[in-house]
Write a protein that binds this ligand. Structure first.
Ligand SMILES: Nc1ncnc2c1ncn2[C@@H]1O[C@H](COP(=O)(O)OP(=O)(O)OP(=O)(O)O)[C@@H](O)[C@H]1O
Length: 500
């Protein structure tokens, strides 16, 4: 890699004060280096919500003395930023991939925000020592997808890294075709992944660094583990629990990640790395959103299993700090109840059930089977179920008509009605509660595609509009009804359901 020109340090007092806790861990964990930046940058989109959470003032993009456009394009730094690329390793598609690292990401620093410590990271800011065969760049298309989905998931209540902004540049970037460069600024309490721990055990074989990293995570994010009899076992158990909860969040909103490699698993149980992700349209448990996942390893229904597998890889990475194999295995078990209990409570909420009954799993399962048989749209079905009326002979056509086999739906609806009666459920109250649980708006691929198509022609208004819609996913927003409509290929789902 050739020497890089250093971006200028802007002398004005910046709007954020930076700390350098991760930087201070030392150079076994990262390489300090500047961003490569991009020529002639322009704003593509910004998230006011994320900016506010960071503690940036509302006019942060307009204050000329802060040169925010240059800073978030990698062309300049604010005083106090100590930029670095982190090193990690990982298993990809179940195979050990060796050393990876931030090949196109760069940590700018961390701030003490009103919501707690947050790190700010550029993605697409050029080559690092970990770029391997890559160019260190991100393109406009993938940056808009990552930006929109990060903020959409946050609004849906799913633990996730956030996105502050995307900047674009005319710099050409070769993918399948020639595209243009963009830089997505991500925000998270930490970007540490399972693969960081695997790195120090399997690649660097440095147990001292492993301990330093684990202590960093415990002291900064999971201090309750420190007082446990075995703090590192407690850390593993905490990660297993949070990962189980995360999987329940994903499954219950029909989110498919697509690349659940251990380098894409957050140690804090956050969704990280929005690549080939997708939300379910018609309910298909076997749905694979990543075209290069030929075996379906990360298919929708397999995500919890993949996460559990990844947790075992994390445990292997932590073993130098843990005396007994059985202690690690016991800690991993925390995943199962965390997933099962969170999933049950989320699915009960999706059906508007306030109480828990033994028959609920069967009720939920039979609805999902019916939806799978007909490829019923996952999001629309649950949203319409909010309007389900319990009175005898009530017209539940909006949800009933989603099913070709009306009789099968009626049979399920009879059980549902009985179950609702058992807790004296009131239609209007239940509808309100269900509308806060079953989103009306998700980032469907065709919506992202439309925004990207316009952005590639220099019109970013659709990206901004979609962001605003997705930041209020549970609100009716009748003026944006088309965004909640069936995806364009819905007719295909009908064909599938008729033929099965
Ligand atoms: N264009 C690129 N240039 C350099 N390295 C890359 C590029 N694309 C991916 N990589 C690296 O390949 C590895 C796996 O890539 P993956 O797509 O999972 O991550 P990513 O999307 O680049 O980053 P992140 O996981 O931080 O969101 C990572 O080490 C990543 O940095």
């Amino acid at each position: 890699m050739s020497a890089l020109p250093l971006p200028p340090v802007l002398s004005e007092a910046p709007p954020l004060r930076f700390a350098d806790t991760f930087h201070a861990l030392g150079d076994r964990f990262h390489t300090a280096l500047p961003a490569q930046g991009v020529p002639d940058p322009h704003w593509v989109v910004t998230s006011d919500a994320c900016a506010a959470d960071l503690g940036l003032p509302p006019d942060w993009t307009q204050r000329e003395e802060w040169h925010a456009l240059q800073v978030f394009s990698g062309n300049a730094v604010w005083p106090g930023m100590r930029t670095l690329a982190g090193v990690y390793s990982g298993h990809q598609f179940g195979v050990w991939a060796g050393q990876l690292g931030d090949g196109r990401a760069l940590l700018l620093g961390e701030v003490d925000s009103p919501t707690g410590p947050l790190e700010i990271q550029l993605k697409g800011s050029g080559l690092t020592p970990y770029s391997r065969m890559g160019d260190g760049r991100a393109v406009l298309r993938s940056s808009i997808r990552e930006f929109l989905c990060s903020e959409a998931m946050h609004a849906l209540g799913v633990p996730t890294t956030r996105a502050l902004c995307v900047t674009g540049s005319p710099l050409p970037v070769r993918r399948e075709t020639i595209e243009t460069a963009a830089v997505c600024t991500r925000v998270s309490p930490s970007f540490i992944r399972f693969g960081h721990f695997e790195h120090f055990t399997h690649t660097a074989q440095d147990p001292d660094a492993l301990r330093t990293l684990a202590d960093h995570v415990i002291d900064r994010f999971e201090p309750q583990c420190r007082s446990a009899a075995q703090p590192y076992v407690a850390l593993l158990e905490t990660v297993a629990r949070k990962t189980g909860e995360l999987m329940a969040h994903w499954q219950s909103i029909g989110f498919c990640h697509g690349v659940m490699n251990t380098d894409n698993m957050s140690i804090l149980g956050l969704t990280i790395d929005y690549g080939p992700f997708g939300f379910l349209d018609g309910f298909d448990p076997g749905h694979i959103c990543n075209h290069s996942d030929h075996q379906g390893r990360y298919a929708y229904a397999r995500q919890p299993n993949a996460a559990f597998w990844n947790l075992h890889a994390l445990a292997q990475g932590l073993m130098p700090l843990i005396d007994e194999d059985d202690d690690a295995l016991d800690a991993l078990e925390a995943f199962k109840p965390a997933f099962a209990n969170t999933m049950q409570s989320r699915m009960r909420a999706k059906l508007g059930l306030r109480t828990a009954q033994d028959s609920d799993p069967a009720l939920i399962d039979s609805l999902l089977k019916l939806m799978a048989a007909e490829r019923t749209d996952f999001t629309i079905a649950f949203r319409r179920l909010s309007r389900f009326q319990t009175a005898d002979g009530a017209d539940n056509a909006p949800v009933r008509d989603l099913f070709v086999d009306r009789e099968a739906f009626d049979a399920w609806a009879a059980q549902y009605r009985t179950r609702l009666a058992a807790e004296n459920s009131i239609d209007a109250e239940r509808a309100l509660a269900m509308d806060r649980t079953n989103p009306k708006f998700i980032l469907r691929n065709h919506l992202a595609q439309e925004a990207i198509h316009k952005a590639e022609q220099g019109d970013f208004s659709e990206t901004a509009r979609l962001l605003k819609v997705l930041q209020r996913p549970f609100d009716e927003q009748p003026e944006h009804a088309a965004d909640a409509d069936f995806p364009p290929d819905w007719a295909q789902h009908i064909e599938v359901s008729c033929s099965s």
